[in-house]
Design a protein around this ligand. Structure first.
Ligand SMILES: [Zn+2]
Length: 235
């Protein structure tokens, strides 16, 4: 179809809506999940919408199956140009994910940010940012999941670090903690699932690491740094 006809079709569908603004709302049911995608200002094109939905179903269904089969079966993804971060999740009855479209316009290959946020919906912990659910650990698990369940990480130039830099520690968070978690899991299979369960039930404390691995967090970090060939100066 010529571009002009496409444009007319888009304008027509906008005119048919009750409000004056263009708006996209798509609800998709698949794999026992119902996802509503809302882009009130049509900030992202249809191709990006499809990639976001495809990434969500791909990641969330597997993350939910592996970590928390009781996690929500409904979700809302809102595209919000007024949000100046990258993306976030607020969990309530319907899991709600908000994405800043400006980020994806600038970084179109970074669609696995959806995989990270989808893991937060699966996590659904009662706490965040305290001893019962330390931020570094919650975010580290979400990046561990992005690495494991992502669809497009390599093209998006996103990976867990394979080197340890000066001043990094187990609680640096995000990818640094995600890489540490991946290594500990390789030594103690099932640990991430155990941590996730404890975080969700409010039973988490740092003592869990010692009970499950025989070593506390500083000792595990030291072993991890040694396995990575020691720490390197920060770039
Ligand atoms: Zn996060």
């Amino acid at each position: 179809m010529p571009a002009r006809s496409l444009l007319s079709a888009a304008l027509l569908s906008c005119a048919l809506l009750a409000g004056s603004a263009c708006a996209t709302e798509v609800t998709r049911e698949q794999d026992g999940m119902r996802v509503t995608y809302r882009d009130a200002s049509d900030a992202l094109d249809a191709a990006m919408r499809e990639r976001i939905l495809e990434t969500f179903f791909h990641a969330y269904v597997a993350e939910r199956r592996d970590f928390n089969p009781a996690a929500p079966t409904q979700a809302i993804i809102t595209i919000d140009p007024a949000y100046d971060g990258i993306a976030y999740v607020s969990s309530d009855d319907w899991a709600k994910m908000t994405i800043n479209p400006g980020w994806l316009v600038k970084h179109p290959a970074d669609t696995d940010l959806v995989t990270h946020e989808a893991m937060h919906i699966v996590q659904g912990y009662p706490d965040y940012g305290n001893d019962k659910a330390p931020t570094w650990l919650v975010e580290g698990i979400a990046d561990y999941a992005r690495d494991k369940y992502g669809m497009n990480n390599a093209a998006g130039d996103w990976k867990l670090p394979t080197e340890v830099k000066d001043k990094q520690n187990y609680d640096t968070g995000y990818r640094v903690s995600g890489a540490f978690l991946k290594w500990v899991e390789s030594q103690h299979a099932g640990l991430i699932k155990q941590l996730d369960g404890a975080l969700r039930s409010g039973r988490y404390s740092n003592a869990l690491w010692t009970r499950s691995t025989g070593r506390d967090l500083p000792a595990l970090w030291k072993a991890y740094v040694a396995a990575r060939g020691g720490s390197k100066p920060a770039a």
